[in-house]
Write a protein that binds this ligand. Structure first.
Ligand code: NAP
Ligand code: COA
Length: 270
């Protein structure tokens, strides 16, 4: 039985892997010995991410491309696979978000998030498939709680991420026989990220969010990276089509009603 997670000799491609959670995932795989490729729009962010990832000692490639541009995504994946020996693990995490009511955004605002999150995920998976080292390849889509929790100011993101999780499930069915596993990881609120800066921009709002998590704390980028390291490895060889929350219990929704009104479970109050 395999007990450790060792990515030496493996190639990992992270779409949207130049900041926040996705960059943390890239670092997790680079620490475990993988060859890395990252892609995002900003050449400056790509260059900075490549430089920090190379510090782990492995081969790293970076691509400046927009996941909305299929031809650019296809070219980046072909180049990475050609130079790094095919792709063993694909992480698709590029996303855009801004809080706005449905009537407070234009049709193009709604479409922009659908195009980045949902269409972009399809583009990344569609273009990567030819280059996956099959059987044994693993794909992880980075989803969000908006996929299954309806949230005000988030109609665009809720629709997009629900779609992302359906892409996960259908791809798992269609590609399972080829030995390609496809799963979603659903981060809860993760400390120090752009997503949380946009959705909880003040210390007061951060506290409200933390209090709504059963574990009463934000997660870290390493919490998400560790789940991806497991999903990419043979330890998860029979796991596909799963949508996995890594969120301190947030998705249970159990504390949001009672937060602040109920005694702590450990407090012994009646
Ligand atoms: P982030 O730092 O803004 O990361 C987004 C990444 O995607 C960046 O590397 C960005 O780089 C890239 N990107 C954005 N639009 C792109 C496009 N059109 N084409 C290519 N790359 C693009 O955000 P984050 O908060 O860490 O979120 C990362 C992922 O976790 C997202 O999928 C998000 O939905 C999910 N998530 C986050 C949280 C949280 O607490 N933060 C919670 C649940 C889920 P460029 O700007 O260079 O393109
Ligand atoms: N409220 C309402 N509408 C907004 C908005 C806001 N806060 N921010 C952007 N929009 C609208 C714009 O007005 C535009 O619509 P219009 O053409 O009808 O005016 C549309 O969204 C596209 O905006 P634009 O700035 O051209 O898009 P972009 O492709 O350059 O950037 C975003 C995409 C808007 C998602 C941008 O915030 C982004 O790049 N985000 C990536 C980082 C991120 O969101 N990280 C968190 C991940 S969880």
């Amino acid at each position: 039985m395999q007990q450790s997670i060792d990515y030496r000799g493996k190639t990992v491609f992270v779409a949207g892997g130049t900041s926040g959670i996705n960059l943390g995932i890239a670092h997790g795989f680079a620490r475990a010995g993988a060859r890395l490729a990252v892609l995002s729009r900003s050449l400056d962010k790509v260059d900075a991410a490549v430089a920090t990832l190379r510090a782990h000692g492995g081969e790293v490639r970076g691509y400046a491309a927009d996941v909305r541009d299929y031809a650019a995504v296809e070219a980046a994946l072909a180049s990475a696979a050609g130079e790094l020996g095919g792709i063993d693990v694909l992480i698709s995490g590029a996303a855009g978000n801004f809080p706005a009511p449905a009537l407070g955004m234009s049709a193009n605002g709604f479409k922009t998030v659908i195009d980045i999150d949902l269409l972009g995920t399809y583009h990344v998976l569609r273009a990567a498939y030819a280059h996956l080292n099959k059987p044994g390849a693993s794909i992880v889509n980075i989803s969000a709680p908006q996929s299954y929790n309806a949230m005000q100011l988030q109609m665009h993101v809720c629709a997009a991420k629900a779609g992302v999780d359906m892409v996960t499930r259908v791809a798992a069915i269609e590609w399972g026989a080829a030995g390609v596993r496809v799963n979603s990881v659903v981060p809860g609120p993760i400390a120090g990220t752009e997503g949380m800066r946009r959705l909880a921009p003040t210390p007061e709002m951060e506290k409200v969010v933390a209090d709504s998590v059963p574990m009463r704390q934000f997660g870290t980028v390493d919490d998400i990276a560790n789940c991806c390291l497991w999903l990419g490895s043979p330890l998860a060889r029979y796991v596909t089509g799963a949508v996995i929350p890594v969120d301190g219990g947030w998705s249970l929704g159990g504390t949001s009603i009672t937060s602040g009104a109920m005694p702590q479970a450990t407090g012994g109050g009646h």
